[in-house]
Structures are given as structure tokens and as C-alpha cells.
Ligand binder design. Structure first.
Ligand code: 3HC
Length: 290
């Protein structure tokens, strides 16, 4: 199994920039691709400030930060991904859009390259069918924020080879993550359990059982979660939570996964969480977080 030396990340949002940062911090040459140049400049700022947080805590030297930033290159040209050993896709959660990207990646990247998806719930087996190399397609699901969270969930599609699995596991371990492995069923492990809990928090709010603050305080102090479920939903993005609930509902065919009408209404209203300034809570008066 050849060692991964160069990484390409597609998608300069919170997840993509966090994954690109991990690669650069752990000695890989990284291309970060996004068609939107504004997204790339936001990603560069957030990576630079996240690396600085590690420096302030004494977990990274200033020299290592500078080296990491040098190893990271941003681009809007997919052709730059030609020489990547390993590609992680972290774009919008739409099967059609992801499939189109996988078709392009399959054409452009070298035949030995592994194509991984950071999808939170879309079938890896179906994404793999868009390529001529289903044995080299895998799910590599990071948790938000990727530089901090200790887990990577690896999802094997129906045809993923053992070699691809071991290369992906080795890469996650290089990033000092603990790996769990899931079969390819809707929501995998983490979101299959987490999203119904978040949805239930919305139902608790919607049916007037308690206030948002009491629901979050209950779960924070009552079960030692770092964030309450509604606060966490705002952090993940209500649109992302809704789309995962829909995948669970369709894929597992059980009415227990039906999205709460309040969650649907917030998304319809454009209240998608911290990234737009308002979700369950209103963040517009707070200073922006990177
Ligand atoms: N880069 C570097 N360090 C960071 C960081 C970043 N982007 N974000 C936070 N940190 C560090 C801080 O420096 C701090 O370190 P310290 O404790 O050593 O001083 C620590 O993380 C805590 O950060 P803050 O004090 O700024 O803020 P919080 O205490 O609010 O922590 C949090 C932020 C780490 C996000 C914490 O609230 C948390 O763990 N929340 C739950 C997150 C979670 O559950 N994520 C998974 C969501 S599910 C998912 O991603 C799947 C997807 O498919 C939907």
C-alpha cells in the first residue's frame, strides 16, 4: 500500500477547510479546491486562525504553523488535482452534485488515486457507481470541527477494497483520529443516532414541552454533552440536519425519522443556524467566530 503524500480536498466550507488543515498540519501537500474564490479566502483565514489556536495552546510551534501554511495551496481549477494520491470531497450534500464531481474526479485524477467522500449520509455505493474505480471509493466522515474532533467514521461501499480501507484508516490515524467503521446504510453510525436526537429536541420544542434554553441545559448538564442539541443543530446547520433526516426517512423507511415540522419551517425561512447568523438562536449580535 503506497503512502499518501498529497491530498486534495474539494469544497472550501467548514468541513473542507478543516480537513485541508489536518492534511497540511500532518505533512501532506494539500490542494484545496473550490469554484468560489470568496470561499477559498474565508477558508484560508479560518485555517490560519485555527492553526494559531494550536500554537497558543503549545500544541504546534510557530515554525510548524508556517510550514503547514506553505504546504497548502488553493485553487479553482480541478486540473490541479491531477497528481493527488487521495481526494476528499466535502461539497454540498446533494447526491446529484456529488456524482457529477466524482465523474470529473475519476477522469482527472491518476488511476491509483483514492476518491473519498465526507458525506454525512449519502450512499457511498451509489457515489462509487459514478466512477470507473468503485474499489477505490470510500466514505471518510469527519466531525465538525475537523481539527478538534477526535473521530473519523469510515464507510465501506459495497465494492470498496481492503487496500482502500487500510489506506484511508492510515490517513485518519496520521491525523491522530480514532477510526470507526460503518457499513453503507443511511446515516452510518454517528448521524443515525445523533440526528434523531436533534430531531426529538425540535419536537420537544415544537410541542411546547420546554423552552429551547431548558432543552439545551437539560442535555448539557444532564448528560454531559458539550453543546445542547438545538445549539449543536445551529452549529452543524439546520439545512444539513434536515437533509440527513430526509435521507434517514427515505433510506430506512420508518416514520420515526420524519423531520419535525419546526425544523422544516426554520429551513424554509432561511434560518439555517450560525453560518447565516440565525437558527434556533440569534447570533447576529455576537462577534463572528472563525
Ligand atoms: N481549531 C482549533 N481549535 C479549536 C477550534 C478550531 N476550529 N474550535 C475549537 N477549538 C478548541 C479551542 O481552542 C478550545 O481548546 P482548549 O479547550 O484546549 O482551550 C476548545 O477547542 C474548545 O473551544 P472553545 O472554548 O472556543 O469553544 P467551545 O468550548 O464552545 O468548544 C467545540 C467548541 C469544540 C465545538 C465544542 O463545543 C464541542 O465539542 N461541541 C460539539 C461538537 C460536535 O458534536 N461535533 C460533531 C457534530 S456531528 C458532525 O459533525 C457530523 C456531521 O455529518 C453533521
Amino acid at each position: 500500500m503506497a503512502e499518501t503524500k498529497s491530498l486534495a480536498v474539494v469544497g472550501g466550507g467548514q468541513m473542507g477547510s478543516g480537513i485541508a488543515q489536518l492534511g497540511a498540519m500532518h505533512g501532506l501537500h494539500v490542494w484545496l479546491l473550490d469554484t468560489d474564490s470568496a470561499a477559498l479566502s474565508r477558508a484560508t483565514k479560518s485555517i490560519s486562525s485555527s492553526l494559531q489556536r494550536f500554537v497558543s495552546k503549545g500544541q504546534l510551534s510557530q515554525a510548524a504553523r508556517t510550514e503547514a501554511l506553505k504546504r497548502l495551496k488553493c485553487t479553482s481549477n480541478i486540473e490541479d488535482l491531477r497528481s493527488a494520491d487521495f481526494v476528499v470531497e466535502a461539497i454540498v450534500e446533494s447526491e446529484d452534485v456529488k456524482k457529477k464531481l466524482f465523474i470529473e474526479l475519476d477522469k482527472i485524477t491518476k488511476s491509483s488515486a483514492i476518491l473519498a467522500s465526507n458525506t454525512s449520509s449519502i450512499s457511498i455505493t451509489r457515489l462509487a457507481t459514478a466512477t470507473s474505480r468503485p474499489r477505490q471509493v470510500i466514505g471518510m466522515h469527519f466531525m465538525n470541527p475537523p481539527p478538534v474532533m477526535k473521530l473519523v467514521e469510515i464507510i465501506r461501499g459495497a465494492d470498496t477494497s481492503d487496500e482502500t480501507y487500510h489506506a484511508t484508516k492510515a490517513l485518519a490515524e496520521r491525523f491522530r483520529k480514532t477510526v470507526i467503521c460503518s457499513q453503507d446504510y443511511s446515516g452510518f453510525i454517528v448521524n443515525r443516532i445523533l440526528m434523531p436526537m436533534i430531531n426529538e429536541a425540535f419536537i420537544t420544542l415544537y410541542t411546547g414541552v420546554a423552552t429551547k434554553e431548558d432543552i439545551d441545559t437539560g442535555m448539557k448538564l444532564g448528560t454531559n454533552h458539550p453543546m445542547g442539541p438545538l445549539e449543536l443543530a445551529d452549529f452543524i446547520g439546520l439545512d444539513v440536519c434536515l437533509s440527513i433526516m430526509r435521507v434517514l426517512h427515505t433510506g430506512l423507511g420508518d416514520s420515526k425519522y420524519a423531520p419535525c415540522p419546526l425544523l422544516v419551517q426554520y429551513v424554509d425561512a432561511g434560518r439555517v443556524g450560525r453560518k447565516c447568523g440565525i437558527g434556533v438562536y440569534d447570533y447576529r449580535k455576537q462577534s463572528p467566530r472563525l
